[in-house]
Design a protein around this ligand. Structure first.
Ligand SMILES: C[S@@+](CC[C@H](N)C(=O)[O-])C[C@H]1O[C@@H](n2cnc3c(N)ncnc32)[C@H](O)[C@@H]1O
Length: 213
């Protein structure tokens, strides 16, 4: 396993016990759940949908998907065993949710296996986000959707200043690259068509949707 990935794994193994506590901070959690719910709508699921969540972490989005599409086949993948344990506890009552330890840069699934894929607040943490996006595209069938929800770069105003101040802090303390430009990454990926983009908090959070061609 590459060193950068080992570091990510160790970090999230350590954080796994506290991750949901931080994530459930009063101001943030309601918003996050709402953004996740909207992102799940964008998966455009139909009966028997097969959906992949890359960098599922503690799996918060998995029950949101299951509630929206009760007969969907849902797979959450992550590199951190600690995070997967938390996700497993959270999803123990859902028979249609499966968790797997995988590196999102080289997934074990065949081409076109899923009807859609989602990455929620994970793309900014992947050591190789371009490889992860390419893999998500590879495993989604033509006509299926790829949805990325994450922190982004605001274009103007107070949000831009806040973002500039937060970028080094997030990188040093959270090893999270909130200045990653998803559109620049997506421009390097073949076989996807941009469908839409939604922005929250003046662009500090975005949800981008592509269709696999
Ligand atoms: C910030 S957490 C996001 C968790 C969750 N999706 C959410 O919305 O709260 C990012 C997750 O990505 C995982 N991760 C980072 N790089 C990875 C990789 N290359 N392969 C698999 N998982 C990875 C980490 O282990 C971590 O659990």
């Amino acid at each position: 396993m590459p060193d950068a990935l080992k570091k990510v794994e160790r970090r999230y193994d350590r954080w796994s016990r506290f991750y949901d506590l931080v994530d459930s901070a009063p101001l943030l959690s309601g918003r996050q759940r709402e953004w996740k719910r909207l992102a799940v709508e964008d998966l455009n699921m139909s009966d028997g949908h097969r959906v992949l969540d890359i960098g599922t972490g503690s799996g918060e989005i998995l029950p949101i998907i299951a509630e929206k599409a009760p007969d969907a086949e849902i797979v959450g993948v992550d590199i951190s065993k600690g995070m997967l344990e938390v996700a497993s506890e959270r999803t123990r009552n859902y028979e249609n949710i499966k968790l797997m330890r995988e590196n999102v840069s080289s997934l074990s699934f065949p081409d076109n296996y899923f009807d859609s894929a989602i990455a929620s607040f994970a793309m900014t943490t992947f050591p190789d986000p371009l490889a992860a996006l390419k893999e998500a595209v590879r495993v989604v069938r033509p006509g299926g959707r790829i949805v990325v929800l994450d922190t982004g770069k605001p274009e103007k105003g107070a949000a831009r200043i806040t973002h500039r101040m937060m970028t080094p802090v997030a990188r040093v303390f959270g090893r999270t690259h909130i200045d990653r430009d998803i559109m620049e990454l997506a421009a390097q990926v073949e076989g996807i068509k941009r469908l839409k983009e939604r922005r929250h908090y003046g662009g500090m959070v975005y949800c981008a949707v592509w269709e696999r061609e």
